[in-house]
Ligand binder design. Structure first.
Ligand code: ZN
Length: 445
């Protein structure tokens, strides 16, 4: 089997030419861009499209299924990624136009979605196209699922949720799910693989205060906005407690050999040194996010005019829940700390999905395949502080094997996800395809 990096690059270059931007209002998505993208996939990967059954789920979600020989006892494998991209922002700030797919002379490919996450769709598809040409037939059932609103956390019609509904209808229980994030990197010159077996939950809460309003020339002691401002201060003072969760203990222990000095010692036995370690974590944004259910005050509104006392003022906070925390519990906590009269409402959110195992067959298969390719590599199981579509699949994966991991090698030449000038170092594309080929061959053995 020949891995043709130039051809893979050309395929990815083609994918970024479709402006598949997601929108909070499902009616506002550019449906044609997605349909054109589907057509491009059909033309670029004829063997995949001849072999798999394809269904459109929701508006433009894609669900592919290949029934295996059934010789393996393993439950089905599902590879997921999202077709949608975040808006490209200011065109004038892009070095090359966002939807052209310019390959510069240093082998860098520029365009919205090259890293997040069309490179995964491309790698899955190229791996399968080569395997099929080579006569491969899986002994397990294989699914590919590509949603269209991951970048807006699903919004009112989460494609991944609809795909999971469809899989439930078909009585599917998954054995292994692979989604975006993670990959191969380096710490102090040594290779490491970051796998995310879990991610935090999400909640937007609104706090409102009503008041009789009136002319700003004759105010009372506090306006409703003043009380909402006080609420913001309370929320920033009365934080959720720092907690050491199982996934983070595992992550700290894995990082210990790469961390020098007293911090390395504390990472090696985080429970023993927790009293000291938590002070360090509280001062570092990333470590704080790993050890706390976070609450960020992000939006506020009072009156529309300077000389009018607001009749209603409001504040929105964005929260990220540690495994074990629930939205219900948070609601009760907020109600107990806000000033009298302030009402709390959950605008939207979801509890943290189940934490996946680091002992499962699926996890071991990933480890085996990666070690084969990168001997001596260290694995760092980690908690994702953001969110992905993969959370929906936790509901139909009895083996607790949902991992956010790609075969992507991260180099300093790749970057710009969610920013202008998103770009990828194309020299790593063949390695990504190679990872999925190895995984598909090794799973279910
Ligand atoms: Zn993404």
């Amino acid at each position: 089997m020949t891995l043709n990096n130039e051809l893979f690059t050309k395929h990815l270059q083609g994918m970024v030419q479709f402006p598949t931007v997601s929108s909070v209002d499902p009616d506002k998505i550019n449906k044609q861009a997605f349909l054109d993208f589907h057509k491009y996939l059909e033309e670029t990967y004829p063997l995949v499209h001849k072999t798999f059954d394809k269904a459109i789920v929701g508006r433009v979600g894609l669900l592919y299924h290949w029934k295996g020989t059934g010789k393996s006892k393993s439950l089905p494998l599902l590879l997921t990624a999202h077709q949608d991209v975040v808006p490209e922002g200011d065109h004038s700030m892009w070095k090359y136009p966002p939807y052209v797919g310019t390959l510069d002379e240093d082998g860098i490919l520029w365009g919205r979605g090259v890293t997040d996450s069309k490179c995964n769709i491309q790698a899955y598809m190229d791996a399968l196209e080569l395997l099929i040409a080579d006569g491969f037939v899986p002994d397990y059932d294989l699914y590919l699922a590509f949603g269209y609103n991951e970048e807006i956390m699903g919004g009112p019609e989460a494609a991944a949720g609809l795909i999971v509904e469809e899989l439930k209808r078909r009585n599917v229980d998954l054995g292994l799910v692979i989604d975006e994030c993670g990959g191969i990197g380096e710490i102090n010159g040594k290779p490491v693989a970051t796998i995310f077996p879990c991610e935090k939950g999400y909640g937007d809460f609104e706090f409102t205060m009503e008041d009789k309003g009136g002319h700003a020339a004759s105010p009372g002691k506090h306006s409703s906005l003043g009380i909402i401002g006080k609420t913001a201060c309370i929320l920033e003072e009365k934080l959720f407690p720092q907690t050491l969760t199982e996934p983070v203990i595992k992550e700290f222990k894995a990082r210990a050999p790469f961390t020098e000095g007293p911090l390395g010692m504390m990472y090696a036995d985080p429970e023993k040194y927790w009293d000291m370690l938590k002070l360090i974590c509280a001062e570092d944004r990333q470590l704080n996010a790993l050890t706390r259910t976070t609450t960020s005050v992000t939006m506020a509104k009072g009156s529309d005019q300077a000389n009018i006392l607001p009749e209603k003022s409001s504040l929105i906070i964005n929260t990220r829940l540690l495994p074990g925390e629930t939205l219900d519990n948070m609601m009760k906590y907020f109600e107990s700390i806000v000033p009298e009269g302030v009402k709390v409402r959950l605008v939207k959110g979801h509890n943290p999905p189940a934490v996946s195992s680091t002992e499962s067959e699926g996890y071991k298969t990933i480890v085996k395949v990666v070690e084969e390719k990168y001997p001596g590599i260290t694995f760092i199981p980690s908690m994702l502080t953001g969110g992905t579509d993969s959370r929906f699949y936790c509901d139909i994966c009895s083996t607790k094997s949902v991992y956010r991991f790609t075969g992507m090698r991260h180099t300093s030449k790749t970057g710009g996800a969610h920013q202008v000038n998103e770009h990828i170092d194309t020299s790593i594309i063949a390695d990504n395809v190679d990872f999925y080929i190895r995984l598909l061959l090794a799973y279910g053995k």
